[in-house]
Every structure is written in structure tokens, then in C-alpha cells.
Ligand binder design. Structure first.
Ligand code: FDA
Length: 393
């Protein structure tokens, strides 16, 4: 029987950071993971450069059934704390856009840093370890695994969400929560591309590969970023962001002219260049393929702008500012960056991440019903929630 003060299940972002921070407090810590390699999602995050935090991270950037839950952890271990750690290790980084911080070289720098911190504070890691059973006794928690029996006082569940099953994602954390009587809120894929109904898919097929600046919205939330047409549907940051707010059956509103007005430009062209054609005017703002597809779909004749009356101009303008599309669904966990829902925050202490009714059982990271926007927020939640638990285990 291997005895530790703390056992952490899951050697991802939250698990590794929690291990190091608990080790720093003098606790004996072991991390168990069923995968061969640790931190696989970190390694492939941010296109291999890991968007490890966001300078503007705040509770408003997170979705949860209880939007207040994340406040305590985020304020006690902030993005600036993690940035200091990254700087301490001499890891070069840069802001890409909107406060998003990426490694200059490789996401492996972050994994190496977490492993170095674990080594420094004597936290050990066992990979390829299947966990068969978890039981609670008067001595604490007993785990029977493919690498033997473990016993600990504090058990931290950091098994992440369901996205990218090929990287080792499992519902283990949710099942364990249920085993101990904790409520788990329904899960769904977030930060995920939309798929389209056949008719829209065919009509927009020629646009695959085109990116446009948009403001995409639903549920009174809007994101102003790029949208990408793909051969399956719609993607790009604006779409990934809004996908977390979208419910099946709903329409998504897409403003294709967030920074200018096609209506004003057509009116101006009517005065200054009345013989120019509509397509020429539109092509000043959009790729030609998009103009062609939109004109065909809406059966706008390509006449000189002088032939347009104000009503027609307003209709064209309205079309670009209020384009609506009803997605068929999403690409699901296969490509989603995160999982919405999970262990109900009402079951946990926001200060320590410990289950309110199960002494010594902690949940951190993505397995909890706290999901960040795209842009480094999800890793910040992993660091902040891990740190909060590490102070209490
Ligand atoms: P994480 O998924 O990192 O770790 C869970 C660990 O538990 C894994 O090591 C897994 O093997 C292990 N595990 C699961 N089941 C187990 C079981 N039954 N037994 C033992 N071990 C088990 N976020 C961000 O802020 N910036 C970014 O740039 C990106 N980029 C990005 C790209 C892609 C492609 C994806 C899929 C996701 C992102 N994310 C992101 C999201 C981010 O990766 C995610 O929110 C964090 O990794 C969550 O950290 P956790 O530690 O909670 O889970």
C-alpha cells in the first residue's frame, strides 16, 4: 500500500499545478494518470504554443450555472501570479491579441515548467495508471489501480472534460462525483465549430477557407472576431466563442459589417460613382467569392448602384448586418476545446474546491462546471482552481 497525504487523479494542467503547489506546502503528493504522457492538451493547445493565460481574465469571462463561484479562486491566484511563474522560468512569451499570452517557442515550455515545479517540491507522477476503484474509509481514500493500492487523506479529481477523447478524455471525474453523491450538471461541447443543414452547407460550400471580421451573437452575447467558412460549416474565434452560449435549435446572428456600413457605402457610391455595379461596391469589403454567393442566394441583380432605391439599399445593408443562420449542430467533443457543465459548483466550496459534504474530496479544472471563453481563460481556471485546492489539501 502506497501512502500519500494527497493523491491527484489527472496529470493535466490543473493536476500538475496542484501537485507542485501542494508539495510546496510540505504535503506528500502523487499524481496518477491513465495516459502515457502528461499534459497532452497543454502540448497541443494554442496551435502548439499554449495560450497559457489572458491578461484581462475576470469572472465575466466564464460560464457556469453559478457565475459567482469562480470569483474567489480567480482573485486569489491571478493571471499575474502565473505570468510571474512563467517569467521566473525564463519562458519567452508574447501577447497575440486581446490579452492572450502565448509561448514564443513551444507549449512544451509550460509542461516542462510544471514538471520542474513538481520535481522541486517532490510531487511524484505515475502514468499509465488505470484507476479501478475509489473508496472512502476512516483512514481516508483507498484507490485500487493497475499500479497497486494507494491511500491518501485528500483526493483531488483533475480529470478534465470530455473534449478530444483521443487524447485520453474520460467521464471518470463525473462518475466519481456521482459515486459520492455530488450532482453533475449536463455536459455539452463548447468552443466548437458549427455544422450546417445540407441546404446551407451546399450554398456556402464555395466559401470554404474564407475568413471575415464579424460580430456573432446569441443569448444577448456577442463576440467581435474572425469567422471562418469551412467545408463542414462555420468556425473561427467568433464562432467558437458563441458556440458556448448557443443552444440547439437557436439561430445565430452574424453582423458581417461590424466596423462599417454597406448601406452608407452604397449611398455614397450612388452619389460619387453611380455607374459602378453593386458587386464592385461589395467587393471593396468582402472577398469576391463571398459577394458572388450572397448575390446569387438573395437574387440581387448586379445592376449599377444608381438603379437602387433607398429601400433596396437598406435591404442589402440589413442582410449584411443581420445575417442569421440556424446551425444543424456542432462538431461535438471530437473537436471541441472544452466541455460545458460538469460537477455542480453548489456542491463545492469556492474557497477550497472541496466537496461541501465529502471531507477530503476536491474537484479542480475543467471537470467543474466553470468554462472560460477562448483566449487563455480555461488554463487560468485550471491554475486558479488548482492553487485554491492546493492550499487546503
Ligand atoms: P486536462 O484535460 O488538461 O487533464 C486531464 C487529465 O486527466 C489528462 O491528463 C487525462 O489523461 C487524465 N484523465 C482523464 N481521465 C482519466 C482517468 N479515468 N484516469 C486517470 N487519468 C485520467 N485553453 C486555454 O486556456 N488556452 C489554450 O490555448 C487552449 N487550447 C486548447 C486546444 C485544444 C485542442 C483543446 C482540446 C483545449 C484547449 N484549451 C485551451 C482548453 C484547455 O486545454 C483545458 O481547459 C485544460 O487543459 C483543462 O485542464 P484540466 O487539468 O482540467 O484537464
Amino acid at each position: 500500500m502506497i501512502q500519500r497525504d494527497v493523491i491527484i487523479i489527472g496529470a493535466g494542467a490543473a493536476g500538475l499545478f496542484c501537485a507542485a503547489e501542494a508539495g510546496k506546502r510540505g504535503r506528500s503528493v502523487e499524481v496518477l494518470d491513465h495516459a502515457k504522457k502528461v499534459g497532452r492538451k497543454i502540448l497541443m493547445s494554442g496551435g502548439g504554443r499554449c495560450n497559457f493565460t489572458n491578461m484581462y481574465a475576470a469572472p465575466e469571462n466564464f460560464l457556469s450555472n453559478n457565475p459567482h463561484f469562480c470569483k474567489s479562486a480567480l482573485s486569489r491566484y491571478t493571471q499575474w501570479d502565473f505570468i510571474s511563474l512563467v517569467a521566473e522560468y525564463g519562458i519567452a512569451y508574447h501577447e497575440k491579441t486581446l490579452g492572450q499570452l502565448f509561448c514564443d517557442n513551444s507549449a512544451a515550455d509550460i509542461v516542462d515548467m510544471l514538471l520542474a515545479e513538481c520535481t522541486k517540491y517532490s510531487a511524484t507522477i505515475t502514468t499509465q495508471c488505470e484507476i479501478f476503484q475509489v473508496e472512502k474509509s476512516t483512514q481516508g481514500y483507498l484507490l485500487s489501480t493497475s499500479k497497486g493500492e494507494y491511500q491518501c487523506q485528500s483526493l483531488v479529481v483533475a480529470t478534465g472534460g470530455l473534449s478530444l477523447p483521443k487524447l485520453g478524455a474520460t467521464p471518470f471525474g463525473y462518475k466519481l462525483a456521482e459515486q459520492f453523491g455530488l450532482k453533475v450538471l449536463p455536459t455539452r461541447a463548447g468552443l466548437v465549430p458549427f455544422t450546417l443543414h445540407d441546404e446551407d452547407k451546399q450554398a456556402l460550400a464555395d466559401l470554404s477557407g474564407i475568413a471575415v471580421d464579424v460580430s456573432a451573437g446569441c443569448q444577448n452575447t456577442h463576440f467581435r472576431e474572425a469567422m471562418l467558412f469551412t467545408h463542414r460549416g462555420l468556425s473561427g474565434p467568433a464562432i467558437l466563442q458563441i458556440s458556448s452560449y448557443w443552444q440547439p435549435g437557436e439561430e445565430v446572428e452574424i453582423d458581417l459589417q461590424p466596423a462599417f456600413s454597406i448601406g452608407d457605402n452604397l449611398l455614397q457610391a450612388k452619389k460619387e460613382n453611380p455607374d459602378s455595379h453593386i458587386s464592385t461596391c461589395l467587393a471593396k469589403h468582402y472577398p469576391k467569392r463571398l459577394v458572388q454567393v450572397f448575390m446569387e442566394r438573395n437574387q440581387w441583380p448586379n445592376v449599377p448602384v444608381k438603379q437602387l432605391n433607398e429601400k433596396q439599399i437598406s435591404e442589402i445593408d440589413q442582410h449584411f448586418s443581420g445575417w442569421t443562420i440556424k446551425p444543424n449542430g456542432t462538431e461535438g467533443y471530437r473537436t471541441a476545446e472544452v466541455t460545458l457543465g460538469g460537477v455542480d459548483t453548489n456542491e463545492l466550496s469556492s474557497k477550497t474546491m472541496m466537496a461541501k459534504n465529502v471531507e477530503g474530496l476536491f474537484f479542480i479544472g475543467e471537470v467543474v462546471d466553470v468554462t472560460g471563453w477562448l483566449g487563455g481563460y480555461n488554463f487560468q481556471w485550471a491554475w486558479s482552481s488548482a492553487w485554491a485546492a492546493a492550499q487546503a489539501v
